[in-house]
Design a protein around this ligand. Sequence first.
Ligand SMILES: Cc1cc2nc3c(=O)[nH]c(=O)nc-3n(C[C@H](O)[C@H](O)[C@H](O)COP(=O)(O)O)c2cc1C
Length: 161
Amino acid sequence: MDVLEAIRKRRSVRRYTEDSIPKVDLETIVDAGRLAPTGSNRQPWDFVIVTDRDMITQFKISGTWITSAGAVIVVVMDPQSRWWVEDGAAAIENMLLACTAQGYGACWVEGDALSHEEQFKTLLEVPADKRVMALIPIGVAAETPTPEKKPLEQVLHWEKY
Ligand SMILES: Cc1cc2nc3c(=O)[nH]c(=O)nc-3n(C[C@H](O)[C@H](O)[C@H](O)COP(=O)(O)O)c2cc1C
């Protein structure tokens, strides 16, 4: 699947089958994250792949549907890096597209104001000076969402606003 096709196909998927996800596929997804553009090439990120069912269950406070995911990638950022939010967002989008390209559904859960961040940091033993920016639950899709998108002509401006 080429990148444009993945962009067009990607949707936030919140229902998954019980199929597990091979480790190699999860590594490919994180690899796409680490290759994202990053201010001054600082790469202020770490990625925690969670596959343990009991651990995944703990994420239900961010959405009960997350418990059906085959894996959750937790995006950990260094907030001392100037562009950590932008860098994290770029890495997350790369990973979402990598999920789509490999035939998985996924969803971006929360942003730099992640609720329950402290609980997740404790659970995952994330150092105090790092931020948990987002969760990415992943699985084989059991739904095909079609959220409405603004048409191109509504958002595209040529030359001036
Ligand atoms: C910063 C950010 C935070 C989001 N947080 C959540 C969330 O907490 N729970 C959720 O179900 N979806 C979350 N989403 C997914 C959005 O709801 C979704 O992208 C939007 O409805 C558009 O649908 P699409 O992704 O299928 O195009 C988030 C997306 C972004 C970019």
